[in-house]
Design a protein around this ligand. Sequence first.
Ligand code: HEM
Length: 174
Amino acid sequence: MAVMNILLSMNIHSLLADGTGPVLDLAYAAQILSRVLHFLSAMILVGGMFYLRTILAPSSAAQADPEACFAGRRSVWARWVGIATFFLLASGIYNLMLVIGQSKAAGVKLPPTYHMLLGIKFLLALLVMFVMSILAGKTAAAGRFRGQMGKWLNIAWLATIAIVVLAGILRTLH
Ligand code: HEM
């Protein structure tokens, strides 16, 4: 915020010298913050998933007792899964509102393909969030899911690859 105040007081309102770039205002800062939160949350959730799948879950300790993956700190990981899930949902919905708002302002209608692919991405994201939450849970059902941890992590990983491909395609559709 302090940096933005300094730049605004210097009368630098556009990020490009010819004035055609994005305008440096609160809406712009919110847009960048939302992207940063989306990326950071995805990194935490998917990074944790990848480490669990490749290193922790196949270890002999985890084969004997899947909860050993968490080295006695399952509840800490569960909290991070919750935080990452919240920010992924909040920033994702904000991103979507921005894309729709910017298209409307430009007088362009988003193609139906955009909404269809975004719907698929959303459902796959819910699947990933569910798998990561239940694997970190403390209920009897969570214990049963952990009994087949490798299988569920593979499913979540495949869904994540599809999500990232879809995100790449979505960017090209508006
Ligand atoms: C595991 C969950 C998720 C992952 C790994 C993920 C990943 C990504 C990535 C990598 C991008 C590209 C960012 C960029 O290039 O700026 C993106 C964009 C986006 N994500 Fe997600 N995301 C997830 C969940 C969600 C959810 C739950 C929503 C809610 C609707 C959402 C909505 C969006 C939107 C609207 C965009 C912008 C797409 C565009 O450029 O038109 N995402 N996501």
